[in-house]
Design a protein around this ligand. Structure first.
Ligand SMILES: [Zn+2]
Length: 152
């Protein structure tokens, strides 16, 4: 047996789903895939920031000009209900979206420009576990948003 094969046998279902496109992950979750929903999924697949529905709609319309904003909203809701995407509210009233499979991370929002910067911090990871443990819990998720202005 080749080494390569051993590795592939150790891939978990989760690894396989991470490899799959959002469209295929959505199908695997039982979402009925229409051509327009597939366009929305393909737009989301190519995004690594935190767009709102209007920005997603703009990009989807470049592929299929007939896509209505309501279709984008409905598709986003279906995907969010199955944790395939995550929504955030960074204080400006717009829901912003990102891939639900991304590792947990915090967001720093520039309160002058609205720019969103992602960060990981080992100290914070330990702190959240300590806080939860003190309260008798295991952490299963967190949301951390910092708002600030650039120094100097
Ligand atoms: Zn993020």
């Amino acid at each position: 047996m080749s080494g390569e094969r051993e590795v592939s046998e150790r891939l978990s279902m989760e690894d396989i789903l991470i490899e799959a496109s959002l469209e295929n992950r959505a199908r695997a979750q039982g979402i009925k895939m229409t051509a327009q929903r597939a366009v929305v999924c393909s737009v989301l697949d190519g995004i690594d920031d935190h767009p709102d529905a209007l920005q997603i709609h703009d990009k989807a319309r470049q592929i299929d000009p007939r896509i209505a904003l309501a279709t984008v909203y409905r598709t986003m809701r279906l995907l969010e209900d199955r944790d395939l995407i995550k929504s955030h509210n960074f204080g400006d009233g717009r829901s912003r979206y990102e891939d639900g499979l991304k590792d947990e991370h915090g967001h720093l929002i520039n309160s002058d420009t609205g720019e969103v910067i992602e960060f990981h911090d080992a100290e914070f990871e330990n702190l959240k576990k300590r806080i939860a443990k003190r309260l008798g819990y295991d952490v299963t998720g967190h949301r951390l948003e910092l708002y600030g202005k650039p120094l100097g």
